[in-house]
Ligand binder design. Structure first.
Ligand SMILES: C[S@@+](CC[C@H](N)C(=O)[O-])C[C@H]1O[C@@H](n2cnc3c(N)ncnc32)[C@H](O)[C@@H]1O
Ligand SMILES: [Zn+2]
Length: 403
């Protein structure tokens, strides 16, 4: 344990830890292991994979755009993410960090000092939205903004969009409020994200689509068109990477990627319907039970395959001590599913419904492919598949495999 060496400014004991190429201080308090929220300054070692992926994504983005990047993290905690970006991503010009907590600000300042990045990394101590609002003028905006809060990023999206550069910038956002997004509290989801979830076996994909839909709509208000480039659902959170570009026509085109989810809780039929004003049936075309409706949400493609492939190539080159195996597995699976159909099926839960034993997922895939249904695994769930087969085809195949 290293007692606080910064006396009057940092009033809690410190411990030095390493993540990526950064060695930094975190609070050394008993709460640290049990309750991340109660510690004087937040650091969650489990989010290393989240930060590693953001380093890969920002690196690929920087190389794609071929320009120096100004990166901003308005809710920084102990500063680890931003300092890692400064030290581990090539082509970073400046990093702006902020946290409204004074202990977080003081600790980030210290972490900037010990990592000798004072030239490149600045930190401030104010409300995240106020901080972003001070960066909305031309010449003052950011290439990449990473919103990584406790719970929902929704309160910061407006200000983040306004603080993004108008030409090809990137918004990254984490949401950990999975209960609203997965349909446990649908009203809370509608309140925060402007869309209703449905509590289905593929709710994590719905969660990502709700968050993306919320960002797309807010961006359009500021005449920013948007492209969903990369998303992932990991542990207890989801994350989206959305590129924004100024222009009314682009914003209008992005809004066309919004729509609704139709789901039948009787037979498992599901569909995504493009368009906010589209008329759709309220009865299941498969079994005529009433359909449930989710959304509005993003109904387009979740992954830009070439970006994912470049992230994987970047990951191969890097050490990524603690997370390398997991990241490689995750990116391989994401590349596999990138062009796959939406709304995956959980094979375990379908077999439960059919009261049959669960077959090997590879056997299910072989049979589906033999029948010319395009089928892939998904990173969202190890027991799930994406397939162009409909629910009845899939059930038939599962029943066949039982015999
Ligand atoms: C989940 S932590 C950030 C973790 C950090 N992004 C990382 O990767 O380690 C959320 C941080 O947001 C800060 N925070 C909460 N509300 C805020 C607000 N309105 N403005 C600025 N910071 C805020 C908290 O003090 C906390 O440090
Ligand atoms: Zn039905």
């Amino acid at each position: 344990m290293v007692p606080s060496t910064k006396g009057d400014k940092i009033k809690f004991p410190l411990r030095r830890v390493t993540e990526g190429r950064v060695s930094f201080y975190i609070p050394d308090t008993p709460d640290m292991e049990t309750d991340f929220v109660k510690t004087p300054v937040f650091y969650n070692p489990q989010m290393e994979l989240n930060r590693d992926l953001s380093i890969l994504a920002v690196q690929v983005f920087q190389e794609e755009k071929q320009r120096l990047i100004q990166f901003c993290e308005p809710l920084t905690g102990c500063g680890v993410r931003g300092i890692r970006i400064a030290l581990e991503v090539r082509g970073i010009q400046e990093v702006y960090l902020n946290d409204r907590s004074t202990p977080a600000y003081e600790l980030t300042k210290e972490n900037i000092r010990v990592n000798e990045v004072r030239e490149k990394v600045k930190v401030s101590n104010e409300d995240g939205n106020l901080f972003l609002d001070k960066h909305t003028a031309s010449g003052n905006r950011f290439d990449v903004i990473d919103v990584d809060p406790f719970g929902t990023p929704a309160p910061y999206i407006d200000a983040a969009i306004r603080a993004l550069k108008k030409k090809e910038s990137l918004l990254c956002a984490t949401a950990t409020d999975m209960a609203p997004l997965c349909g446990v509290y649908p009203e809370a989801s509608f309140r925060k994200y402007g869309g209703y979830p449905l509590k289905t076996k593929y709710c994590h994909e719905i969660a990502v689509r709700l968050l993306a839909g919320c960002i797309i709509r807010i961006a359009a208000r500021f005449s920013m068109g948007t492209k969903v480039r990369f998303v992932h659902s990991t542990d207890h959170y989801i994350r989206v990477y959305i590129e924004a570009d100024h222009g009314d026509t682009k914003a209008d085109a992005s809004l066309e990627s919004l729509g609704f989810l139709l789901h039948c809780f009787s037979c498992g039929y599901r569909d995504l319907v493009e368009g906010i004003t589209t008329l759709f049936t309220h009865l299941c075309p498969n079994c005529t039970s009433p359909l449930s409706i989710g959304g509005p949400l993003f109904v387009g493609k979740l992954f830009d395959k070439s970006l994912c492939e470049r992230m994987k190539a970047e990951a191969e080159k890097r050490q990524l001590d603690a997370t390398k195996k997991r990241i490689m597995r995750l990116l391989i699976r994401i590349i596999e599913e990138a062009d796959g159909p939406p709304l995956y099926y959980d094979i375990h839960s379908l077999c439960d419904d059919l009261s049959i034993q669960v077959p090997k997922i590879e056997h299910v895939m072989n049979l589906l492919e033999k029948k010319d249904f395009k089928t892939t695994r998904t990173h969202f769930k190890p027991t799930a598949l994406r397939t162009t087969a409909n629910i009845d085809d899939l059930k038939d195949i599962l029943l066949k495999l039982r015999q």
